[in-house]
Design a protein around this ligand. Structure first.
Ligand SMILES: [Zn+2]
Length: 576
């Protein structure tokens, strides 16, 4: 009795109400003798937790939680290990990963030689004249830090059209240029570019011409195979991720999640972002939003309808981010861009951005915008401000996605507007070396500037933007959350260099950005993101102490156990 009362008192000190009333009920599961980082407001550390009906019912000392053990309670001896809240990856493309893996497993090609070898092997299998599309590559991530030339691609596959897929930019061989009808006479399509050499011949490099080549792409089913989607989710669970935000889905994509859930096979909690298909057209956008069979925020603790998304510029890895300052002379090597005034471009006009956001707001939706360049961020903040003024609401949580080139002024403005930032420190790890060489260190000073954002008071989530592949470290982009936190806290790149160290944040802060802060992006901060009584029992037992291990150990941390809603979803080795 005394022990129970003491436990209730301690629990009351750490959490609230619920647990005290139910002290007599035995727990389904307890973890004892651990170092539990609650990531609550005070970042308190506890020793033990008890779970019942999928939620935490006690968070306190081992002695007190022991009182919750009944005949059927599963008791996990923490052995001093560190426990953190279930990680939230607030930006993944699991639907895309699943669709792509079903067609062609992803390979992380790291040089032009590896790319050529891959193309040669594909050409052996493919009948002549059929298109070969390579796995996604980003030039700054190739050893040569550039796209392959048309001639290099011709050498690897003289009898097949070849396209090197760099998302917003493509590199084509000669046959592919012919097949696509690109000649020296071709004019740049609206918003796109056909690179030409000094003699006016197309070099094979195309930027933002997606629609021109769409018909040559291998068709992927709009509805991914459920077993493949489930497999992607299983990889997440094994890395300690318990919730995701799917960042670019159609209604069919949402339905795939529903089907998994109905079949009892949804492995992670998911919030699904829906993409507005034609944000450039206000009439179509209004029709799309009003015709949606889904309502913002509807769903449950496992599956929810998230925000609406628009794309406003391209990417810095491809030289299509819309920047305040010209890319400069280094852009020639990195992106084959020669215009000294080139700053990238918006893919929507400022008026189109404002209109799409306003339409979403008027129907009650949270709005998120893909925008990488600093001038793009300015345009989106203008649009958020205008749309918020037109249709005020105290808690929209409009979100900038990527926003890589941070400035104190734009950070302050985002904070004032209550705008959140969803960003990817692993891109700093992967790309800051190449980008510093191409764009200058000065411009990289606040690249993915977490510290500047936090100092301004912006709510920041760090995440991975996982797009291809099933290996946590070799995927594009790596979805190892501990690599993300390593990059955020050490500001080290893949080469071990520190390009701009002032933007490092503490390990506590990085962990918050993948848990309690990340929960705010989907309006879930009351139910997840920290280990507190009453919240969903999502947590991860780690094989190292994330707060005190050596910096280089951080990115190699592996979960020993992942628990979602009180159920052990992953276990590295059988435990007592
Ligand atoms: Zn993305």
């Amino acid at each position: 009795m005394l022990r129970g009362a003491a436990a209730a008192a301690l629990v009351a000190a750490l959490g609230s109400g619920l647990a005290g009333q139910r002290a007599a009920d035995p727990a389904d599961l307890v973890v004892l003798d651990a170092k539990i980082l609650t990531v609550d407001d005070g970042f308190r550390v506890a020793q033990a937790v008890a779970v019942r009906d999928g939620r935490f019912v006690a968070v306190g000392s081992t002695a007190e939680v022991r009182a919750r053990i009944g005949a059927t309670t599963r008791v996990i001896d923490g052995g001093g290990r560190t426990v953190i809240p279930g990680l939230i990856d607030s930006h993944v493309h699991a639907l895309g990963v699943a669709a792509a893996e079903a067609v062609q497993p992803f390979h992380n090609l790291q040089s032009i030689g590896e790319l050529q070898d891959w193309i040669r092997a594909a050409a052996k299998r493919a009948p002549p004249d059929t298109w070969i599309w390579t796995p996604r590559v980003y030039p700054p991530r190739l050893r040569e830090r550039r796209f392959p030339t048309r001639q290099e691609l011709d050498a690897a596959a003289p009898h097949h059209p070849v396209a090197v897929d760099g998302l917003y930019a493509l590199s084509l061989n000669t046959l592919a240029l012919h097949a696509a009808g690109v000649t020296r006479a071709s004019a740049d399509p609206p918003g796109g570019a056909i690179a030409k050499d000094a003699r006016g011949e197309p070099t094979g490099l195309l930027r933002n011409v997606g629609a021109m080549l769409a018909r040559f792409r291998p068709s992927t089913s709009p509805v991914p195979r459920l077993d493949m989607l489930e497999r992607v989710h299983e990889q997440y669970v094994q890395t300690g991720i318990t919730s995701v935000i799917e960042r670019d889905a159609t209604v069919e994509g949402y339905r795939a999640y529903e089907a998994l859930q109905r079949a009892g096979r949804l492995q992670v909690r998911a919030t699904v972002t829906l993409r507005i298909p034609h944000p450039e057209d206000a009439v179509q956008t209004e029709g799309f939003v009003t015709g949606l069979p889904l309502r913002f925020g509807s769903g449950d603790d496992w599956l929810k309808v998230g925000p609406l998304k628009i794309f406003v510029d391209g990417g810095i890895l491809l030289g299509t981010a819309f920047m305040r300052e010209p890319y400069g002379p280094g852009a020639h090597d990195l992106y084959a861009i020669d215009d000294p005034a080139y700053r990238g471009a918006l893919t929507l006009t400022p008026e189109q951005i404002r209109s799409a956001i306003a339409i979403g707001h008027s129907h009650g939706w949270q709005m998120v915008a893909h925008v990488t360049g600093d001038a793009g961020v300015d345009a989106v903040l203008d649009a958020f401000a205008a749309a918020q003024a037109q249709s005020p609401s105290p808690d929209r949580r409009d979100t900038l996605i990527h926003a890589y080139f941070v400035h104190a002024d734009s950070a302050a403005r985002a904070a004032r507007l209550g705008v959140l930032v969803d960003t990817q420190p692993a891109w700093y790890y992967k790309d800051a070396d190449a980008l510093a060489a191409g764009l200058g260190r000065e411009r990289l000073a606040h690249f993915i500037g977490l510290r500047t954002l936090r100092q301004a008071g912006v709510t920041v989530a760090i995440n991975t933007d996982h797009m291809f592949g099933l290996d946590r470290d070799e995927a594009l982009n790596p979805f190892n959350p501990f690599l993300t936190m390593y990059a955020a806290t050490t500001r080290r790149t893949q080469s071990g260099a520190i390009v701009s160290g002032d933007e490092a944040v503490s390990r506590e802060e990085a962990l918050r950005m993948m848990t309690s802060a990340a929960a705010r992006f989907s309006f879930d901060e009351k139910t997840r993101g920290s280990i507190e009584v009453g919240k969903l029992a999502d947590f991860v037992v780690l094989d190292a102490d994330i707060l005190t291990c050596p910096p280089e150990r951080l990115r190699a941390i592996r979960p020993e156990m992942t628990v979602i809603g009180g159920r052990v979803a992953y276990e590295h080795a059988p435990r007592r």
